[in-house]
Design a protein. Sequence first.
Length: 80
Amino acid sequence: MVDLHSKSLTLAQHREVLALSDWLALLVGCVEYDMGNRHGAESTRRAALSLATETGHGDRGIVAAAQAGAKRAANHGVAV
């Protein structure tokens, strides 16, 4: 494990930290959404997308798929 206080991250390590931060942001966004904080969830989703784009994972298509699913389920009480 890299001691972040005394050593620099390599480029690969930096990318890994960004990728893990992206996934963590997505999880936080899910919790925010579930707690009724739609505005916070949207802000967190955008941050996660930015991190994903920075690490080269921005083309996942997950956001587009989630938005399409939410649109189709707009008249239902639950959407995944």
